[in-house]
Design a protein around this ligand. Structure first.
Ligand SMILES: C[S@@+](CC[C@H](N)C(=O)[O-])C[C@H]1O[C@@H](n2cnc3c(N)ncnc32)[C@H](O)[C@@H]1O
Length: 323
């Protein structure tokens, strides 16, 4: 069991009705089932909007057509064994709507502590809150987590680090929370070469991230149909690899589950295209740089490379053991 602390002064917290209190009188409210350690509005508001709108879209158990895509990603990327996780205290940073929280809670007997800086935690709580004491969910930043250092047996952070303002500091924050000997696993958007940022996302996002969330979503919904057709046409004539990176739409064949129904595919495309164009931060990194940051933060790197799974999803992964 992990004891909660006030992330801003380190003092222990006790639950008192619908809030957590420390001895000095600091108080953190529990709102919609989730203790909150944040100011109301922050740079992750687009994610709060996104995950509350698309609460169930990427949750495996909500769609048999996903064929366990999140489960496959979680166990392939981490390499963890379900049985080994029994009774372990696990930290998940940046849980979004809880696609990986669901996998840990439904397929292992670990105790899960998940944080997200946005109100996505409300969606995650609606998806996974029924797991009771095994699931401890908090709205908190990776930089101000309500746990003492050296608390966790396993730490994972999937699809998050590129969206934080200081990637290196985020890596250190994760490693600080791991017990000596504990494993930390992250995946992230990689820099593959000089061409990485020659892409519709990096060309248009400086503008689109300033639009209201509603306006951006409306525009994506209106244009998704023809963009999907153009994407598929380019692929059919063999020009997908060259031209599709300039269509302002998610990489359909490279990142989405292969067997979605037509309706689900469109929903995933709209969600993931919003996810491309709305975030305040999007800072891809080289795998070798992240490896170096693991070592500087006190972890021995055991893996730093791409892993391919699903259709053709290539995930950049670094794993390490806290020394
Ligand atoms: C692309 S989503 C991924 C969510 C989830 N891991 C998944 O794969 O579905 C990135 C998440 O990182 C969260 N995030 C960004 N900065 C954060 C920070 N400083 N602390 C905690 N979470 C953060 C966002 O709120 C968002 O929910």
């Amino acid at each position: 069991m992990v004891h909660l602390i006030n992330p801003f002064n380190g003092s222990p917290l006790v639950k008192d009705g619908d809030r957590y209190l420390d001895q000095a009188g600091s108080s953190f409210p529990i709102i919609r089932g989730v203790p909150r350690f944040v100011t109301e509005s922050n740079y992750t508001d687009s994610f709060g909007f996104q995950w509350n709108k698309f609460q169930k879209t990427q949750i495996d158990k909500e769609s048999p057509d996903q064929l366990g895509y999140s489960k496959e990603r979680f166990f392939t990327v981490t390499g963890w064994d379900k049985e080994d996780l029994s009774g372990k205290d696990m930290l998940e940073a940046g849980s979004g709507a809880g696609r990986f929280s669901q996998i840990v809670l439904d397929f292992t007997k670990a105790n899960l502590y998940s944080i997200d800086y946005s109100d996505a935690v409300s969606a995650n709580f609606r998806n996974n809150g029924h797991h009771g004491d095994r699931f401890n969910l908090f709205q908190a930043s990776i930089y101000d987590m309500p746990f003492p250092d050296k608390s966790f047996d396993k730490v994972f952070c999937l699809g998050v680090l590129q969206h934080t303002p200081d990637f290196k500091k985020s890596v250190k924050a994760l490693i600080d929370k791991a017990k000596p000997g504990a494993e930390i696993v992250v995946d992230f958007y990689p820099i593959k070469g000089w061409w990485t940022k020659i892409h519709a996302k990096y060309i248009f996002r400086p503008i689109t991230k300033r639009w209201s969330h509603e306006k951006l979503l409306r525009r994506i919904e209106k244009n998704a149909g023809w963009m999907m057709k153009l994407y598929k046409f380019n692929q059919k004539i063999g020009l997908g690899r060259v031209f599709n990176r300039f269509i302002p739409i998610v990489d359909i064949t490279g990142t989405l589950p292969p067997n979605l129904s037509k309706k689900e595919l469109k929903e995933w495309v709209i969600l993931d295209t919003f996810d491309m164009f709305s975030p305040e931060h999007d800072h891809p990194q080289r795998i070798s740089t992240v490896k170096k940051w693991f070592e500087e933060a006190g972890a021995k790197v055991t893996f730093a490379d791409f892993i391919i799974f699903g259709n053709n999803y290539s995930s950049a992964i670094v794993k390490g053991i806290k020394q």
